[in-house]
Ligand binder design. Sequence first.
Ligand SMILES: Cc1cc2nc3c(=O)[nH]c(=O)nc-3n(C[C@H](O)[C@H](O)[C@H](O)COP(=O)(O)OP(=O)(O)OC[C@H]3O[C@@H](n4cnc5c(N)ncnc54)[C@H](O)[C@@H]3O)c2cc1C
Length: 428
Amino acid sequence: MQLTELTQLAGIMLAGAASMRAAIGMISIAGRKYQFARQEKKYVAQFRNATAEVFRHSDVKPLNSEISWQGKRRFRVSRRVYENVNQDICSFYLEPNDRRSIPPFRAGQFLTFAVPVPGQAEPVVRCYSLSNGPDAQGHYRVTVKKIAAPENAPQGTPPGQSSTYFHNHMQPGALVDVFAPTGSFCLDEASDKPVVLIAGGVGITPLVSMLQRLIATGSTREIWLIYGVRNKSEHAMYEYLQKVARETYNIRMIVVYSQPTNTCRHTVDYHIRGHINEQLLHPILEARDCDIYLCGPAPMMKSLTGAFRNMAVPDENIRIEAFGPASSTPAGSPKKSAETAPEQTFQVEFSRSGKKVNWLPGDGSILELAMANGIKARCGCRQGVCGTCAIALQDGRVKYERQPDKNPPSGKCLPCIARPQSDVILDM
Ligand SMILES: Cc1cc2nc3c(=O)[nH]c(=O)nc-3n(C[C@H](O)[C@H](O)[C@H](O)COP(=O)(O)OP(=O)(O)OC[C@H]3O[C@@H](n4cnc5c(N)ncnc54)[C@H](O)[C@@H]3O)c2cc1C
């Protein structure tokens, strides 16, 4: 990072502190009325904390369990809007085809789609984060980046199936089957700590939902949005983000371009050239006990989870969402909860592939173990929602990391969220 950029970052931080101090000053003039409101707010916050505690320690889904739907439900595209200069990131507004009400969701959650890709025997299952705030009425919004074939892939490699379908076929009026909102990467609304939202590329989507929720609820929390993209052509939701950063006194936005072009305006479009890294985050995280939400590509997740460790950020302050198989297990990410003692090692036999491997608690789910050992597996959401990965459990016992949304048929299990509880044999 250049000295000028550091100075500028310091400027953003001082401006943030100054405007927050000014706001606090104004509040104090309101005197007794404010005192009363503050008491009330304190009790509301205490109540919310207590409620959040209950949710944290149970499998209860706070918002959508009662009026949600099971399995697939048909939605119609009501509108689509390109969100970047390159026009490879597009938002899709979805309304239920049955015109009945749709459940609310928690900011940060995602929808799972069964996408009717032409030429595929079965729908392709993919997840997309909800990119609107939960307060929007009557519709959901997802924002999809069109995925091309990797640059170094052999000629003829097809582009991303689902994202290409969304961009090419999901015009207003198009229908698609959708599973209900789910996911545990959610804004903790009971917390009053500063919020640090860190996004890379299209990983901005769940964080925009959180941002919208914080704004809609009039949150007075200190909010940092740190967004890294290649340059302005890939900068998603540019106008919206500029507007909220300009108009919301408690939001500080830092945009980092890794490859700015001549037309990218330093200090206007972006603040720092390079990547989001420890040097940038250190002054922000050092001074605050904050809630961090991180969503981005695999290399960024890997490097930042390492940076958090170096900065001794407590694990419970960090929430991470990974988009898809490539980035689902960033090496160096905070350790998964070790309910299983380290000495508990089990043998996993993948009978169809003829492979036997040892599973250790650090290996994660059976699906992760299979993929790490080169075993091909069908999967969709990787969160126990869509059921795409269901396979026969031929012997042994498994335990789920979280309760599946729908139990698989008898004799089958969902390897994406299953861990062995004994030696197991699976039809994979
Ligand atoms: C919880 C969650 C939330 C998500 N939210 C979002 C979101 O908000 N927005 C978003 O855009 N994405 C999001 N994703 C990612 C999304 O689900 C998909 O993974 C993404 O759209 C790519 O899917 P695809 O079907 O288009 O690509 P795929 O068909 O899965 O292909 C992926 C890549 O593999 C390449 N490929 C295909 N075949 C081969 C081959 N034979 N050899 C080499 N390469 C090959 C393709 O060219 C492509 O580059 C999310 C994922 C999760 C898990």
